[in-house]
Design a protein. Sequence first.
Lengths: 184, 419
Amino acid sequence: MSWDSVPGFIGERMEHGETTVVVETARLVDAALRLRDEEGFNFLADIAVTDYLGWNGRPVAGYWGSATGRDINLPGSWGLARTPDPKPKRFSISYHLLKVVSGATDAPRLRLQVWCEDGEPVPSVVPVWPTADWHEREAWDMLGIRIEGHPNLTRILMEEDWEGHPLRKDYPLGGEPVRFSSAE
Amino acid sequence: MVLVERAKIYEGTRIPSPIPTVLQVDPALREEGDILEVNFGPNHPSTHGVLRLVVELNGEQVVGLAAVVGYLHTGFEKNMEQKTWWKAITYPERIDYLSFQYNELVFVLAIEKLLAVTPPAKATWMRMLLCELNRIHSHLIWLGTAALEIGAISMLWYTFRERDAVLDLFELVTGVRMHTRYFQTGGLAEDIPPGFFTECRKFVDMFPRRIDDYEALLDRQQIWLERTRGIGLLSAEDAVALGQSGPVLRASGVDWDLRKAEPYLAYDQVDFNVPVYENGDVYDRYKVHIDEMRESTRIVQQCLDGMPEGPWIVDDRKIVLPPRDELHTSMESLIHHFKLVTEGYRVPEGEVYVGVESARGELGCYLVSDGGPRPWRVKFRAPSFVALEATATCMSNALVADLIAIVGSLDTVMGEVDR
């Protein structure tokens, strides 16, 4: 089945038996409503955000090596056989949808995906699937995705006055400032 | 015995608006100035970890509620990005520390999906057996603590007795009572030890009678019935809209179980029923848990009967550690061992999402690999995290005394909520 009639359709791909439909960020809510009301994806299982900073070779924290491969002199690195395919933007936001029908013997799944740059607003899908509330707060808290139209966009796992978004690739490891040290 | 008439499940949605997870006080009620704000938790013995509920009370009635989570955030997902794939298997078990086997399973299944590896039949069946034992373990803790919290103290001692029997079985197979790390990419870490089947059969023979005992203790006890029936209502539509899964969803009348709808492992080859109840209250969640323990015992029985012979792990030296004895005689094996331990195996580039039916509902694992020896991104879909989103809906117009029963019935594990 083809998904090109979904509003804002950019592309679709089939990998590992999973269908991914990529749509325009601005038309996300239209696409979500269409999938919920006409295709029956009434259940939002998860919202997973991935930070692709350094994906294609930029040296950042959490990544060893350069575009030509991983530095074999650093521990635990094997060198990449090939550099992975470039990604359209820095962040991907995947909405894992599921069609829940009582007593059904199949579970159709679909991954609805949008891409955004740092600071680019992404419309909220809370009006479509109320369960998105905490998932979107987590997306803001952990990766700093600016969800637009969320009724209560505050940090959820970190403290309210926390600086930075821990799951970003440029977030330093051991990033918490040390308050006491032996040198003092 | 006079039983209280149960409230019929309500019509229409009760999900609060505009914030689906926060119950807001009616401004007119606030004007009257008799609202008391109470902090419930984070350190309260019956919050199953460190959960803080900001409750606003009008007399004994809960009129406002907001759940505050994050006190147990440990950064598992960030940590796993720094580890090689096979070293990262140790982490997920600690996320939901009560149904550890499922966390391990979902992560291993996701890696296997990326690698396109199929574990041997023996490993698949043993995984299924251990997972069902783990479901029993998790439900026993739920039953013991949920009953304890609303005053049925004796339940805890009975359920923990059987829980210990389950943990003994885990210890027998894996050497560890919890957080076993027994599932390896491609199969199991070790062969099933002799003697396990006899011990496990003893448990399977004994356990159904014990479930009858639990029911005998609770089912006809007036206090238990009055404290659980007709409270914490959640309709089927609200449950689906709020992303609920597992026992919470099935207690709301939705016949949905990933083991039936999307059979993974060998669930299509075993016979079991999915318990479904209609009322969506705390009592029905209790019934679902009890019935699921019976069904799990049946599955364990069938796994014991149908356990295939053969290898317990795939013979792929690029992914799987070579047998220990070969290290002394084979140079190749030594090299493979060294490479796997120091650098790990590489997983092809791609992204996958795998969902399994854990003791608490749909546990999902989303993996992104860049083709290197470490995960690029690991994200868990934690059923407890989603279950807590339903607190505001379940608690609307409840009494403060029911709060503990209702939060308990959602069966959340805070380690999994905060990850």
